[in-house]
Design a protein around this ligand. Structure first.
Ligand code: ADP
Length: 448
């Protein structure tokens, strides 16, 4: 096992990795930017190194600074968390050339899955269902038009290198296609430095269902069931739950098997997530694979009792995954609300000083957060300041615990989306488990 791990991240996920390391008896090194001098990940790690000024590209994305921090402190491995450098194949190569173990998959898996067009083709070859669409990036608009006519509108134009809900454009009619492709191309070039786009069928009312997988160095791959992530705003998740209210055990095994095949196709190693779009008629299609730990991993931990971050570390250290598929059992139901420092109606980010702060507790409540009273949320990073998770014997209990927990959460001095979560927890469609990726759009329409 490693003796010391550097955590190349900040906020709640950096703390989450520190907790896993403490339980495994591993020393931790925090890296922090000048904006994060007073952060908890710095306080709770065994050692800390300042890696640069506030802007991410000068600190949390600054590869030479992070590698030097690992070398100076004698860390043997790097945990990248999510975001920042977690899916950057170049970073892994640099780390490996400096004899540092990256806690995550091989670069081949990251490169294949990081390019959505390439991922689609690889999944198709592996027999994982994909939506009708282009084979690889589209070469010219005439070919794109012909293809869109064949698969039928609406279609979605997506940037091959897109991510974070950006670089997508829905096209409803043939005469909008050429403009959409050209715009998507130039937007993708600016945002991702890659103008490749591809087309696939746009589903009008799907659910976002994703499967958690774990794989070791010895070809052993298992799945840990699904998460329902349909509640999104601008393609970004807000509330997740496990299991999904509509997935039967039979469907879980079917989708689980597809996810395991997806992971095998790229020789996956570590924790990963295969995202699918799911139709009410039971058809599902590969959307993408996230080759890292995800924000919403905690709800899978609550229902399976497995510690995903510890397993990531153990697998990276070369341990065998000792869990068999038949050992994985989902018990009860878990819900997660992402707490964001933003206005609950306008969604304007709200960085600044947290004056009063109280976190809920009691049966079935888990909070992953790096915020505290007197903490100043910096304007430089993501607005998520924590995750509220509840676990209950069934969905109704998990939801009622979430309502209680939201009511007992005090964050004053900045705006947060707590009141929005409370309203969703009371929504009749949410309570019935009746949702699709258009949930928020329809929810706002119901409220007005
Ligand atoms: P990102 O990598 O930016 O998160 P994804 O490919 O995971 O992008 O898609 C994010 C969200 O966009 C999905 O959860 C879904 O709501 C929507 N989406 C993507 N592709 C389609 C599609 N073909 N049809 C309908 N919705 C889609």
């Amino acid at each position: 096992m490693f003796k010391k791990i550097l955590i190349a991240n900040r906020g709640e996920i950096a703390l989450r990795v520190i907790w896993a390391c403490k339980e495994l008896g591993i020393k931790t090194v925090a890296v922090y930017s000048e904006a994060d001098r007073l952060s908890l990940h710095r306080r709770f790690a065994d050692e800390d190194v300042c890696i640069g000024p506030a802007p991410s590209n000068q600190s949390y994305l600054n590869i030479p600074s992070i590698i030097s921090a690992a070398e100076i402190t004698g860390a043997e491995a790097i945990h990248p968390g999510y975001g920042f450098l977690s899916e950057n194949a170049h970073f892994i190569e640099v780390a490996q050339s400096c004899k540092l173990q990256f806690i995550g998959p091989e670069t081949h898996a990251i490169r294949t899955m990081g390019n959505k067009a390439m991922a689609r083709d690889t999944m198709n070859a592996a027999g994982v269902p994909i939506l009708p669409g282009s084979d690889g990036p589209i070469s010219d608009v005439t070919a794109a038009k012909k293809l869109a006519d064949e698969i039928g509108y609406p279609v979605i134009v997506k940037a091959s290198s897109g991510g974070g809900g950006r670089g997508m454009r829905v096209v409803n009619k043939a005469d909008e296609l050429v403009d959409a492709v050209n715009l998507a191309r130039s937007e993708a070039e600016i945002a991702f430095g890659d103008s490749d786009v591809y087309i696939e069928k746009y589903l009008t009312n799907p659910r976002h269902i994703e499967i958690q997988v774990l794989a070791d160095h010895f070809g052993h791959v298992i799945h840990l069931g699904e998460r329902e992530c349909s509640i999104q705003r601008r393609h970004q998740k807000i509330i997740e739950e496990a299991p999904s209210p509509v997935i039967t055990e039979e469907m879980r095994q079917k989708m689980g098997l597809a996810a395991v095949e997806a992971a095998r196709a790229v020789n996956y190693r570590g924790a990963g997530t295969v995202e699918f779009l799911y139709n009410e008629d039971g058809t599902f299609y590969f959307m993408e694979m996230n080759t890292r730990i995800q924000v919403e991993h905690g709800i899978t931990e609550l229902v399976t009792g497995l510690d995903l971050v510890k397993w990531q570390i153990r697998i990276a250290a070369g341990e065998k995954l000792s869990i068999q598929q038949s050992d994985v059992v989902m018990t009860g139901h878990a819900v997660e609300c992402r707490l964001n420092a933003e206005h609950p109606e306008t969604f304007r980010p709200s960085p600044g000083l947290i004056e009063h702060f109280h976190l809920p507790g009691g049966p079935g409540v888990r909070v992953d957060s790096a915020a505290y009273a007197g903490y100043r949320v910096p304007p430089n990073y993501d607005s998520m300041i924590g995750k509220l998770m509840t676990h209950g014997a069934d969905r109704a209990e998990a939801v009622s615990r979430m309502k209680r927990a939201l009511g007992l959460t005090v964050i004053e001095g900045i705006d947060t989306n707590i009141s929005l979560h409370t309203r969703i927890m009371d929504d009749p469609f949410f309570l019935k488990g009746d949702m699709s990726t258009r949930f928020m759009e329809q929810f706002f329409a119901r409220q007005s």
